[in-house]
Design a protein around this ligand. Structure first.
Ligand code: NOJ
Length: 537
């Protein structure tokens, strides 16, 4: 079967296909109120910086009313702003300023669970006869009085907590304070879809959807099988195989309902947080007749070894699978749940990784601070605040605090994130005096300027955005090279994953950008750890 052509002029593409998404973790971007936690006014003040990066959209992690037990992913009111972050009018001002600057605004939609402080759950707790009881997932105890089955929480421990008053257990795939909503109940669907409308009426352009693949559970509530590959040191959640709680067939029906609501408003989008292998992942984008999520997040670059051969094989397979499935590709190297990619791939490979992210076919998502090379910040157990880390002290990598530390704006105390006299909610990186926006603005050779050079190339060379992708044989196991082509324009991206210089046959052509800061001849040997973009004649 011939595959559909994947090359398109940027003008034929939607904004979420053309542009780059920039994720802001609101607690950590800019504190305007002086309480050590970032807020909406702080973000609005920094939007000109975000626009200067050449990105298309900002995605804000949750800003809704919340007791913050999971730092906002435990929502107590979906249609209001938490006072820690500001007010609805602060939000309106943020949207207005973003749109003035040409930026789209995306919010984080958390449909799988509410906070236990949500009025719906409080009502459900009033008893088995409560009108909201069935909005959550309740089961009687097992015959021994324990939890109804062996389902586990992602943060360790059982996914069930006993409500002593009624004698029943409720389901929570995360913290006990994050009860799962029952999406099989049409009233839950209607209420949650109304949340999307509420924010779109306020001008929101799109949504990142939290754990989209976890919305439904198998209604037999059987035990999940034991994972034979689990070893000590792995998180407890990995002890079982999640065949009854993850990626259930009904889920796609719920995604379809969301899509229909988005389509009521036109030119809006959703990107689903889904950790699944390619084939199962792409089902979440649906078909041309019945489209679902505009983008199902592709996290594979985070999960695979940093190895040129493995990455090439994955990209080849994923790009072809996307074409086959009529799904637009997307790429991610970091987010608020994953360790900083500069720490993971190492400083030598940092620009190689950044170049890969911004030149593959598909929408890149960038995590705040990655554009200046922020790294993991070690946070000792005594200072840890992330519940995923606190609940799993035996798994040192479980805490997400290291990748959530304050944005490094300048060399002043608290890195310009918060006033000098306050203590930020997480420690500022020790290297903030060297690694910060102000210092990098002043240095033409900085990571920040390199990032802008990449987004500029995307604007200047439509082939990098809408062009076809084809990987190239270089004869070197540590070089990944590929071409992007569009109507006669041909660009080659050459990435040296190793520490040795490599001769790579390309050209004739002209070097547009090198990660090492100069413009070598297009055909000159690729130096160690070099990324080079060449326009072929
Ligand atoms: C995924 C989010 O990205 C993560 O930060 C959160 O803890 C869980 N979902 C629960 O909402």
């Amino acid at each position: 079967m011939t595959q559909p052509s994947s090359s398109q002029q940027p003008g034929e593409l939607k904004w979420w296909q053309r542009g780059t998404i920039y994720q802001i973790y609101p607690r950590s971007f800019q504190d305007d109120s002086g309480d050590g936690v970032g807020d909406l006014r702080g973000i609005t003040r920094r939007l000109p910086y975000v626009a200067s990066l050449g990105v298309e959209a900002v995605w804000l992690s949750p800003i809704f009313v919340s007791p913050m037990r999971d730092f906002g992913y435990d929502v107590a009111d979906y249609c209001d702003i938490d006072p820690l972050f500001g007010t609805l009018s602060d939000f309106d001002a943020l949207v207005e300023e973003a749109h003035r600057l040409g930026l789209k605004v995306m919010l984080d939609y958390v449909p799988n669970h509410t906070s236990s402080d949500h009025a719906w759950f409080r009502e459900a707790l009033t008893g088995r006869g409560s009108a909201k009881r069935d909005w959550y997932v309740w089961r009687d105890p097992a015959p021994d009085g324990g939890p109804p089955n062996n389902w586990k929480s992602h943060f360790g421990g059982p996914a069930w907590t006993l409500d002593e008053a009624s004698g029943q257990y409720y389901l929570h795939q995360f913290l006990p304070s994050q009860p799962d909503l029952n999406w099989s109940n049409p009233d839950v669907q209607a209420a949650m879809l109304e949340v999307l409308r509420f924010w779109m009426r306020r001008g929101v352009d799109g949504f990142r959807v939290d754990v989209l693949n976890l919305l439904a559970e198998d209604e037999r509530f059987l035990d999940e099988p034991i994972n034979p590959e689990w070893r000590p040191g792995m998180i407890e959640y990995a002890q079982t195989l999640h065949i009854y709680t993850n990626d259930q067939p009904q889920t796609l029906r719920y995604v379809r309902r969301m899509r229909e609501v988005l389509d009521e408003f036109g030119d809006r989008m959703m990107v689903g947080e889904i950790y699944l292998p390619t084939e199962r992942l792409l089902r979440y984008s649906g078909t041309p007749e019945e489209p679902l999520a505009h983008l199902p997040f592709n996290f594979h670059l985070i999960q695979m070894p940093w190895d040129a051969r493995e990455i090439r094989a994955f990209v080849d397979g994923y790009d072809a699978a996307c074409r086959e499935a009529h799904s637009w590709p997307n790429w991610v190297l970091g987010n608020h749940d994953q360790h900083r990619f500069k720490t993971r791939v190492g400083a030598d490979q940092y620009r190689v990784a950044q170049t890969l992210l911004l030149t593959l076919r598909g929408t890149p998502t960038v995590y705040y601070g990655d554009e200046i090379g922020m790294e993991n910040v070690p946070v000792p157990f005594e200072q840890m605040v992330d519940p995923a880390g606190l609940q799993q002290p035996d798994v040192p990598s479980a805490s997400r605090d290291p990748e959530r530390t304050p944005m490094q704006w300048d060399a002043s105390p608290n890195a310009g994130f918060a006033p000098e006299e306050v203590t930020p909610w997480l420690p500022v990186a020790e290297n903030f005096r060297e690694v910060n926006v102000a210092a990098q603005e002043a240095d033409p050779a900085s990571d920040l300027h390199y990032f802008r050079a990449l987004t500029r190339l995307r604007r200047e060379h439509p082939a990098l955005v809408g062009g076809e992708y084809r990987s190239l044989d270089t004869g070197h196991a540590d070089v990944f090279a590929f071409e992007r082509t569009l109507e006669g324009a041909r660009l080659a991206v050459l990435l040296n994953f190793g520490g040795e210089a490599r001769a790579v046959k390309v050209g004739p052509g002209e070097t547009l950008l090198s990660s090492l800061g100069d413009r070598p001849e297009a055909g000159a040997d690729l130096r160690s750890n070099e990324a080079r973009i060449v326009r072929l004649a």
